[in-house]
Every structure is written in C-alpha cells, then in structure tokens.
Design a protein around this ligand. Sequence first.
Ligand code: 8YV
Length: 313
Amino acid sequence: MSDTLILGAGGLYPPLVEQLVDDGALTWPHGGADRRAMLDDHAADIRVVVSSAGVGADARLIDALPNLELIANFGVGYDATDVDAATARGIPVTNTPDVLDDCVADLAIGLTIDVMRAISASDRYARQGRWKSDGPYPLQRRVTGAKVGILGLGRIGQAIATRFEGFRCEIRYHNRSRKDVAYDYEESPAALAEWADVLVVATPGGAQTKALVDADVLAALGENGYLVNIARGSVVDQEALIEALQHDAIAGAALDVFTDEPGIPQELCDLDTVVITPHVASATHETRRAMADVVLANIDAHRAGQELPTRVN
Ligand code: 8YV
C-alpha cells in the first residue's frame, strides 16, 4: 500500500521489497534532495516504515512522519532505529527474532573454523601458486576442544554455544545477567577474554554495548586468542582491534560486522589473519524468507488491529 515507506530496500529480501512495492510502497531515496522532495509529497501518507540493520528510522525521520503508526524492522537487531523516539510517540517497533538464530550461529561457527584453520588465507595461498613456490602452508590452530567465550548469551549466543558443544569445546559466557545454563559465567568481558581461546561476540548493538570489546579486552584475549563478531560493529572498538591485529597482540579476527558499514577499513583487508564477510549472517534464502514473513505478519496484524507478533517496545 502507498502508506508504506521502505528504508534501505537494497539490503532487504528482494521478494519482500517487490511485494510491498507492487502494493504501492515507496522506497527511501539515496540523496538528501530526493528525500526532502519525497517527504514534501508523501510525509503525511506514511503509516508504516520498514527498517533494517542497514538503515533505521532515526528521530528526525520519525519526527518528519506525522501519521506514522508502525516501524517493522527486517532483522532481530533494531539499534539503527531510535526506539525511544518511536515509543515517545506511541509508535510500536517490531523485529524478526528466532527465525535467524540458526543461520547466524552457523556463520559464527564457519568464521571460527575459517580464522583458526586459515581456510580463506590458505585458499588464497594455494590459488597464488605459493604451495609450489613457498612450500606447505604454516600450521594452524585446533578448533575441537578450544575454550570458547560467548559474549552475550541470548538466543543467538545459545545457538552458537550448542554448536560448539559438538566440537567438544569448553564454553563460558558473560551476559548482562546470569542465565540458567550449564556454562560457567565470567564476571566481565575482560575476564571472559582472558580465559578464552576464541571470544565470540553475540550481544545486541546500541549504546549499552558500545565498545564493550575495547583495547583491554583484546589485550586479555592475548596473542593466541581469536575474536569472532557476528553481532554489531559498534560492540568492538574497531581502531583498537586494528591496532591489536597489526601488532599480533591477538591471533586473528573473523568479522561479519563493522563500525561504518558498508565501509571496511583497508587495514583489516590487508591482514591475512582477518576473515571478512559483508554482514551476511542471516543472508540465506530460507532465513530471509522467514524474516520477510515475520515483517509481513506484523504489518498485517497492525492493519487488522490485532496484537503485533514481535513488538519490542
Ligand atoms: C539484518 C541483522 O537485519 O537481524 C539483524 O539484526 O543484522 C540482519 O539480519 C539484515 O542484514 C538486513 O539488513
């Protein structure tokens, strides 16, 4: 319907965007002048905004839409949207929990194996003909039995932990609050990092977790430790991470998320001890379809005046 505005359409599930656009939805233009023109023409019509990790509804946009009734976020993390501003206006925000846990956890395992076993780095080595010219690839680190620290033991963190159990890993965690689980709790991110061979970041983003993994946590992780981040770039002090990697103060990092996406610092790209994926943890056909269904279920429920299935505020 033409009362819907899709933010960051390029980063969503294309069939969802097609379906909404076929129904008359507008897509948020790239340029500032085009945005102003769209708001001049349509601000009063917009009742539903579809947001995502890529582009959220900030306070300015929320302010500019006088009749906004719903922000339906395509993604479990809604830190790009100003939920306080929405709540102040009585506007519900919804997200897409649960349906993406498995794919995000799968990628966390893949990234861990890649960075410890140098899959991508040794693939490059092999393709460059260096096996022949330089000899066998240097030895790597064993994943099975490694000590895995999970920072943020929510649904995704638990799905990651369960998978690591299959690798006979010892698991500990740090979280805002203790959980009723069989894993030992560490009192701080630094204590968890000190203990762990691999520190997996699985917290929400936002102000509360900003730079939770800082220079001290990286120092505690140490020269034999690996960092894996499938959460948000904001949770890790990216400058401190680059510094630690450049000085071999940690053994490596596998990153799906970055501070200023889609920008990735060249310093990270230049390091063979870093595995990089472009925020694809939920990006499978199956999971993106399921996320789209949750977005549509929330929009449909809103239009029917029913309770929203996955409201966050
Ligand atoms: C994005 C995510 O929503 O669920 C999240 O929090 O970060 C992702 O699933 C997706 O990439 C669309 O931007």
